[in-house]
Design a protein around this ligand. Structure first.
Ligand SMILES: NC(=O)c1ccc[n+]([C@@H]2O[C@H](COP(=O)([O-])OP(=O)(O)OC[C@H]3O[C@@H](n4cnc5c(N)ncnc54)[C@H](O)[C@@H]3O)[C@@H](O)[C@H]2O)c1
Length: 370
């Protein structure tokens, strides 16, 4: 899954929050490979939800982001902050949890980091904050923000707060991701291309409920990891107090093109376009010109190539219908299951059990059907 790379950049001591999630499980080894000393921080909501046997290569602070103390943050050159409730449906379970984790705890982390002398803070943001475009015209970093959901609003609030904290000692950078796809040890099938390719591999059928016309920027997770590493290692003046849409212009596709790429990646797979009137018509195209100009060395594979690679990785991992439809790879369903089981508290979405006890559940079978 990984492409090793090397660099002559001065190694940094990096705190990587969310290192046990979908992106973090890919990014942590990339940073280690580039010579950085990485410490993770993650409450591990998705423990046991592994696509392939998984053990993070970095030591970690096993704690909730909301409990970080000043003493935890001493001696870091940079923080890459991924930990969050990571999509719209989860954000809709509870506006309070989303605010507490995604923005309040993030702003507190940034304030503590700034006080501790951490120079760089990379925030994993999202293009979802541009809202639902009425036209096909691409949005760039200067476009008005029109967040439609709690999750999207949390990203806007956090970016604004980070901007207020920026000064000569503290350099925040917001990386606005499109919809990410590609294999990760901590797989998600709740992003668009992962879902389409997963369906093609596991069921031989790709269903598109809409007419497939909406646009999506889809970015491969390994390329995203290279992008984060490049921003981490960039001269501070290039990234200081800036937002970047993370990707390249050639990753924008209509959903129907993504579905066709998924079908083409799996011999024998069939496409079923239903064009239902109420289907999701959100559309957004993104300009990545700012990132491409600043980081011409970071390349992004086409969604067609990425779909082929992903299909191969899913076949190698033995993904079948049970795995594809399992709660383990759908973030919202996993959290709901943990809440229903009482393993996460309905008061504050914290674990109600000790780490050792929860590890015993790691191999439990899949949850309710999709
Ligand atoms: N995957 C995408 O397509 C995508 C797109 C845009 C933005 N992002 C952003 O990138 C980041 C990472 O996304 P991902 O896909 O890896 O998500 P993920 O859900 O797979 O991983 C998030 C990680 O954060 C951890 N976490 C959540 N709340 C925590 C808390 N209170 N304390 C400690 N750890 C906590 C979880 O345990 C999990 O390991 C998120 O901020 C997300 O909003 C992701």
């Amino acid at each position: 899954m990984m492409t090793p790379s090397s660099t002559t950049t001065t190694p940094m001591r990096v705190l990587l929050t969310g290192h046990l999630g979908y992106i973090g499980a890919v990014l942590a080894p990339v940073l280690v490979d580039r010579g950085h000393e990485v410490v993770g921080l993650d409450t591990d909501y998705y423990r046991g939800c592994d696509l392939v046997p998984f053990r993070s290569p970095v030591p970690a602070l096993e704690q909730d982001l909301r409990d970080v103390r000043a003493a935890d943050l001493e001696g870091f050159d940079a923080i890459i902050h991924l930990a969050a409730l990571s999509n719209d449906p989860i954000g809709n379970i509870s506006a309070r949890w989303t605010a507490e984790i995604n923005d309040e705890a993030t702003v507190r982390l940034a304030e503590l980091a700034r006080a501790a002398g951490t120079r760089r803070f990379l925030f994993s943001s999202s293009c979802i904050m541009y809202g639902l475009a009425a036209t096909d015209a691409p949005v760039d970093e200067t476009s008005p923000l029109a967040p439609q959901t709690e999750y999207a609003r949390s990203k806007v609030r956090t970016e604004e707060a980070l901007h207020r904290l920026a000064d000569e000692r503290f350099s925040p950078t917001s990386l606005r991701n499109g919809t990410i796809y590609g294999a990760s040890p901590r797989m998600r099938f709740d992003t668009v291309l992962n879902s389409l390719v997963g369906a093609a591999v596991a069921t031989g059928r790709v269903v598109v409920n809409s007419d497939g016309k909406p646009w999506r920027p889809v970015v491969n997770v390994e390329d995203v990891a290279q992008g984060f590493a490049a921003v981490l290692e960039a001269p501070v003046e290039l990234v200081y107090d800036r937002a970047f849409n993370l990707g390249a212009d050639h990753v924008n596709r209509r959903v129907i093109d993504l579905a066709e790429a998924a079908v083409a990646a799996v011999p024998g797979a069939k496409l079923d376009v239903r064009a239902e009137p109420d289907a999701d018509q959100r559309t957004y195209r993104t300009s990545f010109a700012r990132f491409s100009a600043a980081f011409p060395g970071v390349t992004f594979r086409t969604p067609e190539d990425g779909a082929l690679g992903l299909a191969r990785d899913l076949v190698d991992a033995g993904v079948d219908r049970d795995a594809f439809e399992s709660e383990r790879f759908i973030r919202l369903r996993r959290l709901r299951r943990l809440l229903d089981q009482g393993r996460l508290s309905r008061d504050d979405l914290r674990w109600t059990e000790a780490r050792e006890a929860s590890d015993a559940h790691a191999g439990e079978p899949a949850g309710e059907p999709a």
